[in-house]
Design a binder for this molecule. Structure first.
Ligand code: DC
Length: 217
């Protein structure tokens, strides 16, 4: 594996790319970028400050004021650890809503690219393979069916004692897919040079193994 090495992973919500990317970065001793967390942090800040999610100008102004940090896998907004808060469903939906603004996306481009240093990086999100790191050494589009993703999310939430239905989770996932795939700027799409991996029926370890095999090829 050449150094520095850059792995870019895109895929829809719940495809497992977060867990897979994190594990890969540990195994390969590379940095890790959860780009979705950046959008979630901005969305959370907008919610707290009651900024209109459709107002691109105000959101850009907000980004320039906030301080976003990742330390030891935790997410900080203005030096407050909000790692749990940004995982709430409503923050995810709002992150997807603000992600449609081109000027906002441009504001965070340089910030995201700075994570590529040292030995390299595993970056995951929606436009890692297409816009942020178009020259990545390895590009993966990690997919999974809506049914499988809803099932995984259901298991996660039930374990946490949450009362949810598969039906409503399926609807939420379908709605978010639509937002992420149909927006004009940097929509979720499959890069022409990406390997498409469907994780239906695969464990996290099996998925990681498949990617490691692609690296050694
Ligand atoms: O990966 P995630 O579910 O935490 O991301 C939350 C939202 O952020 C996602 O629905 C769309 C947006 N996002 C984006 O537009 N581009 C990225 N690279 C990552 C996330």
């Amino acid at each position: 594996m050449k150094k520095p090495y850059l792995i870019a992973i895109d895929g829809p919500a719940g495809s497992g790319k977060g867990t897979v990317a994190k594990l890969l970065s540990k195994k390969l001793n590379l940095n890790y970028l959860d780009s979705g967390a950046i959008y979630r942090l901005i969305a959370l800040s907008a919610m707290e400050k009651k900024v209109d999610l459709d107002d691109e100008k105000d959101l850009v102004y907000l980004i320039r004021q906030v301080n976003i940090n990742f330390i030891d896998g935790q997410s900080f907004l203005n030096n407050v650890d909000v790692s749990q808060k940004i995982r709430h469903e409503v923050v995810g939906v709002n992150a997807s809503i603000i992600a449609k603004h081109l000027k906002l996306r441009k504001e965070i481009l340089t910030f995201q690219r700075k994570f590529f240093q040292g030995n390299g990086l595993v970056a995951e999100g929606r436009d890692m393979t297409t816009v942020v790191f178009p020259n990545a050494d390895l590009k993966i589009y990690l997919d999974a069916s809506v049914k499988e993703r809803a099932k995984r999310r259901y298991k996660q939430l039930i374990t946490k004692g949450k009362d949810v239905s598969i039906h409503s989770l399926t609807e939420d996932i379908t709605a978010r897919d639509r937002l992420d795939r149909e927006r004009i700027h940097s929509p979720l799409s499959i890069a022409s040079d990406a390997f498409v991996l469907n994780s239906d029926g695969l464990s996290i370890d099996q998925t990681v193994y498949k990617i490691l095999k692609l690296i050694t090829k």
